[in-house]
Write a new protein. Sequence first.
Length: 126
Amino acid sequence: MAVIESKRSVFLAQPRAHKPRKSAKPTKLPASLRSTVTQRGKTTIRRFPGRTFHRFAEAKGKQLDYIEFFTMGEFHCFDVAFEDKTAMQFVIEPTFTLETDYADWKTGDWRPIKKWPLIHSQTNRP
């Protein structure tokens, strides 16, 4: 005798769980998290409302020789020197206070190692 297969659905003892549908539109980020990204060579500039981040990838992978901070009258700069005899210089406009920290990020959290005293800009005013 031939086996007859039913074309009816078999009801399961337990109903299947429905997967939530993915929304077609991506959710908008709040304005404080939206950024504008600009590439200038290897340098990346990310602009958020009220703040800007500059990443200098030209220094990536280079071995550091030393970092020097120089201040005189109305000229202030950082020199970041590398072992391959190249350097990056950051010149800062007058009237500032510099706060310097050295920290460990290995765990993904900021863990302070050392903190230096505040450095105030020098002026030529009496």
